[in-house]
Design a protein around this ligand. Structure first.
Ligand SMILES: N=CN[C@@H](CCC(=O)O)C(=O)O
Ligand SMILES: [Zn+2]
Length: 419
């Protein structure tokens, strides 16, 4: 196959690096003006100025994709997403609009349990078709890789069914899917009042199957008051680590329980939400380089205060941004909305936001060695915007300005222009 060469990027935003960025480094995008990228077999071969690259390739055959003076950047990575589920919870949303709280609805037997019922009933094929339409929407917003969680089964068969769907999607859709086992998402009705026994069930009966069949890269847990305690979360995540699954946590979302400190203690790859993180949690996550995956669309949808992203960056925590798309607390996969909220309500700069959606998001799925930047050796997951500079991203409030999406070196999506 001939090389593909993207030329004339007014800004070629490389986000260079193979590790999560912290502090001031989150503001350094390593931009090449009038840049070009050479791609061979889906992998980036080299980058440079268009002039340099064209001169170096003289006499060789290649296909040109002219970015025409627009901004080129790494594909967005959504590192926290629950997109495989059955049913909807629109009525619960209407209750929340009237003042009902997310946890109160859950305590009454609604919330996650509601989606569990619908997901248990849905077939593997139905879930796969639904998931593909959701991936279509993600791709159109420039998401080239998404992490996807189970957690709407809470029994052996349905947890495995969800993970099978997440794995089946590989090869069926351009968006790459990284599966996470979230069996400890809620205590199912069969175990009501016995969360410890449910954790034991997950460890003894479900985790071994997940690991044996290599169905998930991560194990996640909803570490929250009234759901799973810090001790229960530790027990599950350490058991999963022994079987080769890396750790993620839903931590300190509704109350300050200590999930962030636990993430640092056990060497989790990321701790997510963090609306109520303690100062100690921030210090420990910075020390252990745990990625803080912040989910501003969830805070917006729950009408909760935003996570202290500015402070976390200033204190050395690597910050990523993700959608948290799910049927309950946050029904959106809108990258433009996340960008707007991070810029306007979390005091993150345009450069920090891009870092948080690319190289730091790659680190949040433990893939910064192969994804998240435009540099030699990385997978060629690349976006062309409609405008010449990354500054146009937050400037367009809630508007999608992605024009072209390249996944593994192939153009997989282009914006249809109006007539
Ligand atoms: N907080 C826990 N889990 C999801 C919500 C899941 C749901 O309500 O269906 C979250 O990350 O926001
Ligand atoms: Zn979540």
């Amino acid at each position: 196959m001939k090389r593909l060469v993207i030329t004339h990027a007014a800004e070629l935003i490389t986000c260079q690096g193979c590790a999560p960025k912290t502090g001031l480094a989150m503001s350094q995008l390593d931009i090449i003006e009038d840049g070009a990228v050479v791609i061979e077999d889906g992998i980036i071969e080299r980058t440079g100025s268009t002039e340099q690259i064209v001169a170096a390739l003289k006499g060789t055959e290649y296909v040109t994709l002219d970015a025409g003076g627009k901004c080129v950047l790494p594909g967005f990575i959504d590192s926290h997403n629950h997109f495989v589920f059955g049913g909807y919870r629109a009525e619960e949303f209407s209750w929340r609009l009237k003042g009902d709280s997310y946890m109160a609805i859950m305590e009454r037997g609604g919330g996650i349990a509601n989606t569990v019922r619908a997901t248990r009933q849905a077939s593997r094929e139905e879930l796969t078709e639904l998931a593909k339409t959701r991936l279509d929407d993600m791709l159109a917003m420039g998401i080239t890789t998404v992490e996807g969680k189970s957690g709407y089964g809470l029994d052996l068969d349905t947890e495995i069914k969800q993970l099978e769907v997440l794995n089946d999607l590989a090869g069926q859709h351009p968006v790459e899917v990284i599966p996470t086992f979230l069996g400890a998402h809620a205590v199912p009705s069969e175990y009501q009042g016995h969360s410890g026994e449910f954790i034991d069930f997950l460890i003894e009966k479900v985790l071994p199957v997940v690991a044996e069949r290599n169905l998930a890269k991560f194990c996640d847990v909803f570490c929250e008051k009234g759901v799973f305690s810090v001790d229960e979360s530790r027990k599950l995540l350490l058991a999963a680590q022994k079987l080769g699954l890396k750790s993620k946590l839903h931590a300190d979302e509704i109350v300050q329980l200590g999930g962030s400190e636990l993430a640092a203690e056990i060497g989790a790859v990321s701790a997510d939400h963090l609306l109520h993180i303690s100062d100690m949690g921030i210090a420990q996550m910075a020390e252990k380089n745990v990625v803080a995956t912040l989910l501003p669309a969830t805070a917006f949808s729950l009408r909760e205060p935003y996570a202290r992203g500015r402070e976390m960056i200033d204190r050395g925590v690597p910050v990523a941004l993700a959608s948290d798309f799910n049927p309950g607390s946050c029904f959106t996969q809108s990258i433009p909305l996340i960008i707007a909220l991070a810029a306007l309500n979390m005091k993150m700069s345009p450069a920090e936001i891009i870092t948080a959606l690319t190289i730091n998001a790659a680190a949040a799925i433990d893939s910064a060695d192969r994804l998240g930047s435009i540099e030699a050796g990385k997978q060629a997951d690349i976006l062309i915007l409609e405008y010449p500079s990354h500054l146009y991203l937050p400037y367009h409030i809630g508007m999608n300005i992605v024009e072209t999406v390249v996944k593994k070196g192939k153009v997989v999506w282009t914006k249809k222009k109006g007539t």
